[in-house]
Write a protein that binds this ligand. Structure first.
Ligand code: ADP
Ligand code: MG
Length: 254
């Protein structure tokens, strides 16, 4: 891929927490208009990588370039759906207010949300089939419903670049299918999405490209190039197997 086609260029990026390395020496250039899966075992540095790309954690060395002018000039074009277990749900906030927060980056500090903002909130709630829940407290919803609300907030932000951290963890199949369909729609409308994910069985069907991590970059590229047993074994400490009659690679828990 030619560099000028890239939407994000990561050069020799390293991050550590109090001297302990989360990952080191990561370089890749990501093409736009695709769903990029960030995969690897627990503690591989997946969450840290997307946070470092967004500038939410500081790198020890290396750089991240966001190529599109529109993006560098406007953080509001970058939407982030954090890992659900990192969010405090005791805070009493209504579903519609969570989605409305997606509009705040577009408002000047003295502006209140206007008619168009409220309309957009309803449109985004419709897209995730959560209109009937708009007056509920976010903490009272199921995991899948909460995830759909956070996706609606990202949609309301009208972003170009999306980062989702384990959006399918601990949610029902209906929500998972709905979210995956929406992510593919966004991709087809020209958006670029990074999705952190740990379930290998879905990685090939869900994503266009893969970043395989294990505290360093094991592989990056089109999903077929990355999804090779030797590479997966390297990332998952050899705990990967193919099952007879099942054309799937699985992590063997032991
Ligand atoms: P993943 O998302 O792949 O599970 P993380 O990026 O969360 O991995 O973590 C990578 C490594 O950094 C792990 O060893 C983890 O314990 C450590 N780590 C992550 N966040 C912090 C933090 N805020 N403070 C200290 N260590 C952290
Ligand atoms: Mg994580």
């Amino acid at each position: 891929m030619l560099d000028q086609e890239a939407i994000i260029k990561v050069n020799n990026l390293s991050v550590s927490y109090n001297g302990k390395i989360a990952f080191s020496g990561i370089s890749f250039a990501a093409a736009p208009r695709q769903i990029i899966g960030v995969i690897g075992p627990n503690g591989a540095g997946k969450s840290t990588l997307i946070k470092a790309i967004m500038g939410l954690v500081q790198a020890d060395e290396g750089s991240v370039e966001i190529m599109s002018q529109a993006l560098t000039k406007a953080c509001k074009r970058i939407a982030y759906v954090p890992q659900r277990n990192s969010i405090d749900f005791d805070f009493p906030v209504l579903v519609e207010d969570v989605v409305l927060m997606g509009r705040f980056p577009h408002l000047k500090w003295w502006e209140f949300p206007g008619k168009r903002d409220y309309e957009l909130v309803m449109e985004c709630l419709e897209q995730v089939d959560m209109v009937d829940y708009r007056k509920r407290q976010i903490g009272h919803l199921s995991g899948g419903q909460q995830q759909r609300v956070f996706l609606a907030r990202a949609l309301a932000q009208e972003a170009e670049l999306f980062f989702l951290d384990e959006p399918f963890a601990g949610i029902d199949m209906t929500s998972e299918n709905m979210i995956m369909k929406l992510l593919k729609d966004l991709r087809d409308r020209g958006k670029t999405l990074f999705v952190v994910h740990h379930d290998l069985s879905k990685a090939e069907t869900y994503f266009d490209s893969l970043i395989l991590l294990k505290n360093k970059l094991i592989a990056y590229g089109k999903k077929d190039e990355v999804f090779q047993i030797d590479r997966l074994k390297e990332a998952y400490d050899g705990k990967v197997a193919t099952f007879p009659g099942k054309e799937q690679l699985m992590v063997v828990n032991s």
